[in-house]
Design a protein around this ligand. Structure first.
Ligand code: GAP
Length: 439
């Protein structure tokens, strides 16, 4: 088993700031704790993670449709889902140093990790993790709304709409990618646990008797998705939940876990939610949330299998897994060995020099590639330094325009991992790169 590497964490966090993947939010005001902004490269990579998920979960399937539901939602949704009653963490205060902690995360439930004193904790109380705000100009009861703590409920409350309009029947799924909000007591470890984050969730509705089979199916599919995108086998595992860990809605859950520098951490949960959510929303809304098969006259409440992943957390895992340093001659080369689908830029176009004679040709090549690939264009510093800069942000291919290009209408294509260089004619360049990238 690979062992946790704590310096890797600092290196990746530094790289994220230095190369504009992730910035601490509101930094000019001293920062806003555990909240992050995704910079020019981060926004590209995060979008690639979400697109890779959407491609695999929606685009390549005929049994899943998409949804983009509202973030603001009325209390009835969260009363029915059980979140108002159950979505809480046990919170204790240290009477000595006035710090707050999650009781279930303490190494020793009697010792305060901040001041080291023993027996200074208050009784644990349930702290609800949902952010509450108000809609409209009138405060008080009736105006309360919640920021969703998961995207999942959007799928359950739209089940009827989608069933009636999409001509789908179980087994079928509804997929959604979007922001969720939780007032975490102990956010931390960079973007691993934040109060605002992005989820990628599928609610897959199946005939009750097929639920276990689909649960197994989704566990395998989701495990494979991370492997296909380059996470090494020894850094990813499936972990079934113990009985006492299960959420209030789940009859079985397994987590996909990644070996972070501090140990194993959850990337995704695959849960067998049974008929809990549809029954609850049917009860609270007074609407029938069931499937009626007109052919057979059969009527039932589908069971739901839910693969629920974190986009921001997965992006962090992909970065950690891709980070590498290798010795090249007397130099240390930092390289992000990202899967091409996840890399912020697919191609960097680099004229060998800033000379006026080369730039028009380089720009012509850039404009030819831009409709096909996300490209960077860099004309500053020596070519060797520019290659290193692209290695560090994971760009799979660099295309160099040199003085020979003006004569032979060909360019040099350099591959990131092997650093091998190939001469390619510009009129074959798009096809060549399309084949190499295999997006
Ligand atoms: N609908 C089920 C659900 O929301 P969850 O295990 O609470 O399940 C799913 O969340 C995924 O969302 C987690 O596996 C994790 O990747 C991500 N996630 C949850 N809380 C998070 C947080 N505070 N910060 C970043 N990601 C989070």
């Amino acid at each position: 088993m690979a062992s946790p590497d704590s310096t890797l964490f600092d290196k990746v966090v530094n790289l994220c700031k230095r190369r504009s993947f992730v910035f601490p939010s509101a930094e000019i005001y001293g920062g806003f704790r555990s909240t992050y902004d995704y910079g020019p490269l981060g926004v590209l990579m995060l979008r690639n993670v979400k697109d890779a998920w959407w491609r695999s979960m929606v685009q390549l399937r005929s049994d899943v449709v998409g949804l983009d539901a509202a973030i603001l939602s009325p209390p009835q949704v969260w009363e029915a889902s059980g979140h108002l009653e159950n979505f809480s963490d046990p919170l204790v205060d240290c009477t000595e140093c006035k710090t707050r902690h999650r009781e279930d995360q303490l190494e020793d439930p009697n010792i305060c990790p901040a001041c080291g004193k023993s027996g200074t904790f208050t009784e644990a109380r349930a702290f609800n993790l949902m952010f509450k705000t108000q809609a409209g100009p009138v405060e008080g009861a009736g105006a309360d709304v919640y920021l969703r703590p998961e995207t999942a409920q959007g799928m359950f409350i739209n089940f009827k709409n989608i069933l009636e309009t999409s001509r789908k029947k179980p087994p079928f799924g509804i997929a959604q990618v979007g922001k969720s909000f939780r007032n975490e007591i102990t956010p931390g470890n960079f973007v691993f646990r934040t109060r605002e984050f992005e989820q990628m969730e599928l609610e897959f509705f199946v005939p009750p008797e097929d639920a276990n089979e689909w649960y197994e199916y989704w566990m395998q599919e989701r495990h494979q998705w991370y492997l296909d995108l380059g996470i090494p086998e020894e850094q990813i595992r499936m972990r079934p939940h113990d009985e006492d860990e299960l959420s209030h809605y789940s009859s079985g859950t397994s987590d996909v876990e990644f070996l972070f520098p501090w140990g194993w951490g959850e990337l995704e949960g695959i849960a067998n939610r049974g008929d809990f959510d549809l029954l609850q929303h049917a009860k609270h809304s007074g609407q029938k949330l069931e499937y009626f098969d007109q052919g057979t006259g059969e009527r039932y409440v589908p069971h739901c299998i839910e693969p629920a992943a974190g986009a921001t957390r997965s992006m962090m895992a992909f970065l950690m897994a891709a980070y590498d340093e290798e010795q090249v001659n007397d130099d240390t080369r930092t390289v992000l060995r990202l899967h091409p689908r996840l890399a912020p830029y697919k191609i960097a176009v680099l004229p060998l020099s800033k000379k006026d004679t080369l730039l028009p040709k380089a720009e012509e090549v850039l404009h030819m590639l831009q409709p096909h690939f996300m490209c960077d264009y860099d004309i500053t510093q020596a070519i060797g330094k520019r290659y290193r800069r692209q290695d560090e942000i994971g760009t799979p291919y660099c295309v160099t325009i040199d003085f020979d290009s003006l004569e032979d209408d060909a360019v040099t294509v350099r591959e990131r991992d092997s650093m091998e260089q190939t001469r390619v004619s510009t009129n074959e360049l798009v096809d060549y790169l399309t084949e190499q990238l295999a997006l």
